[in-house]
Design a binder for this molecule. Structure first.
Ligand SMILES: [Zn+2]
Length: 135
């Protein structure tokens, strides 16, 4: 098969994809850090939360609008619709199981949408720090 992209183009393309995946998480992480909140990243806890506040027992997930089927922004791709339906459906199901499982273990679980990080970072960090002060 012929490769239509030069290796440089492909590299740039891959970098963009990776950047888009992690950007909201990094933005939120920096905002929390600026507020003086200290957390652990990707700790070995059920579901691998994006941030973990161990002492307060709060787990935070940043959910991508596409991968976790945000009601406002998700739309099923037209190609391979059946495949995507199944894949995203599995993600959403797993999210529910993880949230339930962590709560059962005494964690408070905060799930935020990627689009909230983009549009309301201030409100989001305020909400998280409020949750942390509760205990
Ligand atoms: Zn969204």
């Amino acid at each position: 098969m012929t490769d239509v992209m030069t290796s440089q183009q492909r590299r740039r393309c891959m970098a963009n994809i990776r950047g888009r995946d992690t950007k909201p998480e990094v933005r939120l992480r920096k905002a929390l850090w600026r507020r003086g909140l200290r957390y652990r990243l990707h700790a070995k806890v059920m579901g691998r939360p994006d941030f973990l506040f161990v002492k307060q027992k709060v787990a935070v997930f940043v959910d991508g609008c596409f991968w976790h089927r945000c009601k406002r922004h998700f739309s099923l791709p037209k190609t391979n619709a059946v495949f995507w339906e199944g894949k995203i459906g599995k993600n959403v199901h797993r999210d529910k199981m993880v949230t339930r499982g962590l709560r059962r273990l005494g964690w408070r679980v905060i799930r935020v949408w990627e689009h909230e990080v983009e549009s309301n970072l201030k409100g989001l960090t305020a909400r998280i720090s409020r949750q942390l002060r509760k205990r």
